[in-house]
Design a protein around this ligand. Structure first.
Ligand code: NAD
Length: 274
C-alpha cells in the first residue's frame, strides 16, 4: 500500500490512513498485525478502549521499527476530572510499552478541566514524550477555550465525520488555524454504505462503498481511521490510493450531508455514561 502523509502544524508527518481499534477487544492484536502487514503505519487507540497493551504487543511482534509507526492515544474524561492527567499519560505509555506517543489527544472537552488538561499536554509535548498534541470532539466554542489558554496550538482535532456529517464549518475554522481534521467513524459505523449515491459511485469506479467514502474523505483533506478486525476489510480500506474521484463526484458526495451524528454529539456528551 502506498502511504500518504499530512504534515501537521509542527512539521510532524502523520499517515492520512490509520486503523481504529475502538471495541476491537481481544481481536485487537491480530487486527493491528493484519493492518501493519497491509501497509498501515498508524494506529488509533485510547485509554478508554482498554487495548493499548494489545496494540503495543502487536507493534513489537511485527518487527517494524517503532519510529515507523504513528501511535495515537487519548486522555480519558475521568482523569481530567480527577486531576490525574500526567499519571494517566504515563500509564498509557506503560501499557503501550513505549516511551513516547506520536499524538496525544484530549478525548472529550470536559468543561471543568479543559484548560488545565491542555497545560498538562503541553508539558508532555515539551518533554518530548508526545511528538504532537491535539484534541478530540471539540466544537468551535471548545477550541476557543483551548486556544485562549494555549501556548501550543493543537495539531489535530479528531471528530465524528462521514458523508452524513461532513463538518464543513468546523473544518474551515480548524483549517484557518492550521489544525488538521481527523475523522472518527469515517464509515459512519457502516451505516452510510448502502446510500444510493455511494452505491452508484461504487459501480462506476469499480471500488467498494467503503473505498468510495474513504477516498472522498482523503481528497477532502481528512485523516481517516476506519475500524475493522477483519483482514479482508482492513486490506480493502487501505486500497484507496490508486484512484481519484472527479470534482463533480466530490461535490455530489458533499451534498449527502445531513448533520447526522451516529455517535455522541460533543454538545451533549457530559451527561452520557460510558
Ligand atoms: P467506522 O466508521 O470506522 O465503522 C466501523 C464499522 O464499519 C465496522 O465495525 C464494520 O461494521 C464496518 N466496516 C468497516 N470496514 C468495512 C468495509 N470495508 N465494508 C463494510 N463495512 C465495513 O466507526 P468507528 O469504529 O466508530 O470509528 C473508527 C475509529 O475512530 C474507532 O475505532 C476509534 O479508533 C475512533 N473513534 C474515536 C472516537 C473519539 O471520541 N475520539 C469515537 C469513536 C471512534
Amino acid at each position: 500500500m502506498e502511504q500518504e502523509y499530512k504534515i501537521l502544524n509542527n512539521g510532524v508527518k502523520m499517515p492520512v490512513l490509520g486503523l481504529g481499534v475502538y471495541k476491537s477487544g481481544s481481536d485487537t492484536k491480530q487486527a493491528v498485525k493484519a493492518a501493519l502487514a497491509a501497509g498501515y503505519r498508524h494506529i488509533d487507540t485510547a485509554a478508554l478502549y482498554q487495548n493499548e497493551d494489545l496494540v503495543g504487543e502487536a507493534i513489537r511482534e511485527s518487527g517494524i521499527p517503532r519510529e515507523e509507526i504513528f501511535i495515537t492515544t487519548k486522555l480519558w474524561n475521568d482523569d481530567m476530572k480527577n486531576g490525574t492527567q500526567m499519571e494517566a499519560f504515563e500509564n498509557s505509555l506503560k501499557r503501550l510499552g513505549t516511551d513516547y506517543v506520536d499524538l496525544y489527544l484530549i478525548h472529550w472537552p470536559v468543561s471543568e478541566a479543559l484548560e488545565q488538561s491542555w497545560k498538562v499536554l503541553e508539558q508532555i509535548y515539551r518533554e518530548g514524550r508526545a511528538r504532537a498534541i491535539g484534541v478530540s470532539n471539540c466544537h468551535m466554542q471548545h477550541l476557543m477555550r483551548v486556544l485562549a489558554a494555549a501556548t501550543v496550538v493543537p495539531a489535530v482535532n479528531q471528530v465524528e465525520s462521514h458523508p452524513y456529517l461532513n463538518q464543513k464549518p468546523l473544518k474551515t475554522f480548524c483549517n484557518n488555524l492550521s489544525i488538521a481534521m481527523e475523522a472518527w467513524s469515517p464509515l459512519g459505523r457502516g451505516k452510510v454504505l448502502d446510500d444510493p449515491l455511494i452505491a452508484s459511485l461504487s459501480a462506476s469506479y469499480n471500488k467498494t462503498p467503503a473505498q468510495i467514502v474513504l477516498r472522498w474523505e482523503i481528497q477532502n483533506n481528512w485523516i481517516v481511521i476506519p475500524k475493522s478486525v477483519h483482514k479482508a476489510r482492513i486490506e480493502e480500506n487501505a486500497a484507496v490510493f490508486d484512484f481519484e474521484l472527479s470534482r463533480e463526484d466530490m461535490e455530489r458526495m458533499d451534498g449527502l450531508n445531513r448533520d447526522m451524528h451516529f455517535g455522541t454529539d460533543p454538545d451533549h456528551f457530559e451527561t452520557r455514561q460510558w
